[in-house]
Design a protein around this ligand. Sequence first.
Ligand SMILES: O=C(O)CCC(=O)C(=O)O
Length: 275
Amino acid sequence: MTNLSEQQIKFYNEKGYVAPIDVLSIQEANEIREEIETIEKKWPNAIEGLGRNYVHMISPVFNNVCLNKKILDAVESIIGKNILICGTTLFIKNANEKGFVSFHQDAKYIGLEPHNWVTAWIAVTNSNEENGCMRMWPGSHKEDLKNHEQKFDEDNLLTRGQTIENVPIEETEPVILKAGQMSLHHPTVIHGSGLNRSNDRRIGFVVQSYIGSNVDQVLGKIYVQKARGEDTHKFHEYSNVPKGLMAKEDIISWNKAKDELSKIFYSGATKKGKY
Ligand SMILES: O=C(O)CCC(=O)C(=O)O
């Protein structure tokens, strides 16, 4: 078993995240990057904007990562044995672009209740302070949801540019990962990330999120896949398991799932962003 150790669970409970956790080999991480770059070449723009979501529905490579035993063992230590995959997102920061992620709490606009869920950020490339790794405000998950300003900045990788103001950077901790490692973070921990100042891309494949089977979606409809255990509550419809890379029938289901997700992301918002 590769469950989290007692020490790692204590760290997560105290800080709202835990890292680094070794889950993939460098070859497996490179295979994900190759899959991304193959899609980008053959289907330009397909995995940009809203298309960066639910990519496990159109590629067996991404889907298999979501079902990785080491990842699921670690996730089980936090949310228990009945685990569903409710979404995936590619967070890509290209070299020489101005992408950043403002400080926010995932639970603010995502509609997943109760908070028996955890986000797995899997490093496809190294992720460090130079290329804009995530920074966590340790212990912030113990507080209530904060006010977020909806800024819709052009370079913000978040849907609405949702921003918690006045986070003391000096109190935040960088989540430094090598390709193939992952971090797990809590639905209410305050986190964000800065610019990529390196000459290469920074890529995170993010399972957003693994949810316990007792977690409902209160803002709309999501498509899930069973990862482990039993679906005790049967709240959600199931997504397809991809038949191949960009298979025709998978693309139809993918488009439907992304449209529903967009309704959740912009529920109550005055306008839509590019994701
Ligand atoms: O990739 C990033 O820099 C931020 C990702 C993020 O906010 C998340 O996974 O919740």
